[in-house]
Design a protein around this ligand. Structure first.
Ligand code: AMP
Length: 499
């Protein structure tokens, strides 16, 4: 983190000021944050996706003999189902060289990112993304399996350095994810000279009215949908040259209770202004409703990659449930049974359901002498940025978070995730939110690393929700038998490979 890059505006530096944001109201939606208010729905597409050809997935498998990076087990992607459209043959790439990337990009991958070879999702999707006719792609990839690289390379390799105008746009659901993606792009593209800018809401102290700002000249723009839309409406963000449009966490970006209206509006506006813009939709989860909807809005022939939901839980991350009698015992389990093992566990994220729950737990742990930080959507933007930076820099070990960080947050040192509260649907607290569950557990075990998840269950309702989660994924989550017994926790952490 924090590498100085070409002209990147990243977290550590002051990003471009943005409109004043009203005080955030109580959480009603996923991720507890209302970054920007959605606008009216735009007309939905009527054209259907054309029939697609099945790709021979067997031929997409990575040759194990050619595996260089032996100390990491890649996330199990063997069940990726690829469906390609048209008659373009794609061969998966064993090396980055095969992708015919520029020397500058290769240097970025090897020197800055320290990657050795493409992960499986990269091997399969990059040939589809990087080669003419630059077809649209809907891709599902396991948490932590390297999807950011897929769309970042896609964006960087399509930019014409001679055109000093936006040519690639990436839209993310939270400012944290936008900043993180911008940093990856800056690092990977360090030797390319490609410029980039973050389009996220700014705090009031840095506020400059939109009409007083110069037009965007950065070649890649990464941001949240409300701000991108605002910049476009104010004619400060030209999309005439945009050749590639990426939606990160695409299912949420296109979900009814997510950013669907803003996302569609942006997509339509770009389609109107730019002759052919490749659209990439990436996420670890796509439920059937969103999947059907996405296939309809991506009108042209497009390629698809999907993973069966049963295959989505990360094998490298061991999941546990712990039954406790009351709230206080949850705190005791965290303190006396889990944190007891100290630094050996690496960094930890504790997920809670509400902002209140976040501050109560924060208080309890601080009172017990723990140095924890807490992030939630009601905090000021600059405080959110600071807390994330401190955690990413390793200055803090334990982070309490609402679902604000459930998706996409990438910190390789996170070995442990604790679900202090189980994720439930906002409109029905008796139903689990299985997608959020999957995203939360994916914060541990990045890129095949070992990890553990402890689900703290208190009462019948929690147990019922947990068993619904197990049924949904067709897995049995192991139980830590006695919450008072240190040996049980030790055994669990050992089995997860953390001790
Ligand atoms: P992502 O799923 O894109 O958030 O990536 C998860 C983690 O895997 C990130 O920390 C990446 O830096 C890392 N990663 C992605 N691709 C590779 C690769 N080809 N080799 C090694 N690490 C990778």
């Amino acid at each position: 983190m924090g590498d100085s890059t070409t002209s990147t505006t990243a977290a550590g530096q002051a990003p471009r000021p943005q409109e004043t944001k009203k005080a955030t109201v109580a959480p009603t939606r996923w991720a507890d944050l209302e970054d920007e208010a959605p606008e009216e729905s735009s007309a939905s597409s009527t054209s259907e996706a054309k029939a697609a050809l099945e790709l021979d997935v067997e031929n997409l498998a990575i040759d194990e003999n050619k595996k260089i990076n032996k100390f990491l087990d890649e996330p199990e992607d063997s069940n990726i189902k690829a469906v390609t459209s048209g008659d373009t043959p794609y061969t998966s790439a064993f090396t980055f060289e095969e992708l015919k990337l520029s020397p500058e990009l290769l240097k970025g991958l090897y020197v800055e990112m320290k990657f050795e070879k493409p992960s499986k999702i990269q091997a399969i999707s990059l040939p589809m993304i990087l080669n003419p006719p630059f077809m649209d792609l809907i891709a599902q990839a396991h948490n932590g399996s390297g999807k950011t690289t897929c769309f970042t390379l896609g964006m960087l390799s399509r930019v014409d350095p001679n055109i000093k105008a936006p040519q690639a746009l990436c839209i993310c659901p939270t400012r944290e994810l936008a900043i993180q993606n911008l940093e990856v792009l800056g690092k990977m593209g360090k030797y390319t000279g490609i410029t980039s800018e973050c389009a996220i809401p700014m705090d009031s102290t840095n506020h400059i009215p939109i009409n007083k700002r110069p037009p965007v000249t950065a070649q890649v723009v990464i941001g949240t949908p409300g701000t991108i839309k605002k910049w476009m409406s104010a004619k400060k963000l030209s999309v005439i040259h945009v050749k590639i449009l990426v939606f990160d966490e695409a299912d949420h970006m296109l979900a009814e209770d997510g950013f669907k209206d803003d996302s569609l509006r942006i997509m339509r506006d770009i389609e109107r202004m730019s002759s052919h813009c490749q659209v990439l939709l990436f996420s670890a989860t796509f439920n059937e409703t969103v999947k059907n909807f996405v296939s309809k809005i991506v009108k042209r022939d497009h390629n698809q990659l999907f993973v069966k939901k049963e295959e989505l839980s990360l094998e490298s991350v061991k999941q546990y449930k712990v039954n406790v009698p009351d709230e206080l015992s949850k705190v005791m389990v965290i303190k006396e049974r889990i944190f007891e093992f100290g630094e050996r566990l690496g960094q930890t994220i504790i997920f809670v359901r509400t902002r209140n729950s976040a501050s109560t737990l924060h208080k309890s742990l601080v009172e017990l002498g723990y140095d924890v930080t807490t992030i939630q959507g009601a905090l000021k933007q600059e405080d959110r940025d600071k807390i994330v930076k401190e955690f990413k820099d390793g200055l803090t070990q334990v982070l309490i978070s609402t679902d604000l960080l459930a998706r996409g947050f990438d910190q390789q040192q996170v070995n442990l995730v604790i679900n202090y509260d189980l994720p439930v649907k906002h409109d029905n607290r008796t139903e689990p939110d299985c997608e959020v569950y999957l995203h939360r557990i994916g914060r541990a075990g990045r890129f095949g690393r070992k990890g553990a998840v402890f689900n703290l269950l208190c009462g019948d309702m929690d147990q019922m929700i947990m068993s619904k989660i197990e049924n949904h994924f067709g897995t049995k989550v192991a139980e830590v038998h006695d919450w008072r017994n240190e040996e049980d926790f030790k055994a669990a952490l050992k089995a997860a490979g953390l001790l």
